[in-house]
Design a binder for this molecule. Structure first.
Ligand code: ASP
Length: 347
């Protein structure tokens, strides 16, 4: 027998019609009963919370992170599946991934169709996620959806309602689930995990501000005034804004705010190409360029670095050092022995 802990958090996969719209209400056991469990797999369900994922807070994500680590504290557990709303799934999956050091995988899945849809995708996605949880190794947190397995990092929700909800604009899936078997296509080097945040209670504010034509620094400055300890500036093109915004970035960074630059473009990395308020000037003002991370995941990178920082007064690296490591687009590959297992269950 292989053992999987399924952590249920809500989302459309747990949603039913409420008379005027859908909302998450089903417990994890009900979600599981909507479909089949692969042969040879035993499941334990943890009902963590039941919310639609646009309502998630950092506090929810920290509870999820600790629940994953608690599940993996049991050496009998082969992997973890998290059922989650698709709206912010890429954020929670990346958050868990950044702190993940265990060879056993954490597999995020959900559904685009509600639990009570007769032609829904909940059962198939959950079945595929369970297969992936018992067959993947050293893959960190992944997203399994519509028969594809994606690394959490770099994966985004790409369609509001289509069953193929997720994709990796700058990469390829790690594998596919076909005929009850996970077929791995490639591996992605893993990074060092961030230190697990302490359960202190207070969580930092991290905002996202998007640039656009006729943009000014009013919303960026408002984020600083609201107490943001981190801001993701979503630039145009390869991460550009204007001189007024670059000045606001300089003021924010000099007052200790961590600024990361992402892009509103669907694919491609930000790059220091343009001056006149472009990424060249934003970087010179102290912002870090977020590579190919899209805004939601760039925000999670800043948040995770702030939560993990133990310095400068503590005994570990400060948030800036951690954030530079998280944003580094090409970390050194770990050893060749860190391959994931190619396996199949239930066929
Ligand atoms: N609103 C839903 C959510 O919780 C959407 C979904 O799960 O597909 O994110």
């Amino acid at each position: 027998m292989r053992h999987v802990v399924v952590i249920s958090t809500g989302g459309t996969i747990a949603s039913r019609w409420q008379g005027d719209g859908y909302a998450a209400e089903a417990a994890g056991r009900e979600v599981l009963e909507a479909g089949a469990v692969p042969e040879g797999v035993e499941v334990r369900v943890v009902d963590l919370f039941t919310v639609n994922s646009s309502r998630l807070t950092t506090d929810h994500q920290l509870r999820l992170l600790y629940a994953v680590h608690e599940a993996l504290a049991d050496p009998e557990v082969d992997g973890v599946v998290v059922t989650h709303g698709t709206d912010t799934l890429e954020e929670s999956a990346f958050f868990v991934d950044l702190f993940h050091h265990d060879p056993r995988p954490v597999v995020f899945t959900g559904a685009q169709q509600p639990l009570d849809a007769p032609d829904g995708d909940a059962a198939g996605n959950l079945y595929d996620a369970l297969l992936t949880a018992v067959s993947g190794r050293d893959i960190g947190a992944v997203i399994v959806f519509a028969g594809q397995v994606f690394a959490a990092r770099g994966t985004v929700k790409q369609h509001t309602v289509d069953a193929r909800a997720f994709g990796s604009p700058d990469g390829q899936p790690l594998g596919r689930v076909e005929f009850g078997r996970v077929r791995w296509a490639r591996r992605q080097p893993r990074r060092e995990a961030l230190p697990l945040p302490e359960r202190t209670g207070s969580t930092p504010r991290v905002d996202i501000v998007m640039h656009h034509s006729d943009g000014d620094s009013v919303l960026f400055d408002a984020a600083v005034a609201a107490g943001a300890r981190g801001i993701v500036l979503v630039g145009t093109g390869a991460g550009n804004a204007n001189p007024e915004v670059a000045d606001a970035v300089r003021r924010a960074v000099s007052s200790g705010v961590h600024v990361a630059v992402s892009t509103r473009v669907a694919a491609g990395a930000v790059a220091p190409l343009y001056t006149g308020g472009g990424a060249v000037d934003l970087a010179a003002a102290g912002a870090l360029l977020a590579g190919a991370l899209k805004p939601g995941q760039a925000r999670i990178a800043v948040l995770a670095a702030l939560l993990a920082a133990r310095g400068p007064a503590g005994d570990g690296p400060d948030a800036g050092t951690l954030l530079r490591g998280v944003l580094d687009p090409q970390p050194p590959a770990r050893q060749a022995s860190d391959l994931y297992l190619v396996d199949g269950v239930g066929h």
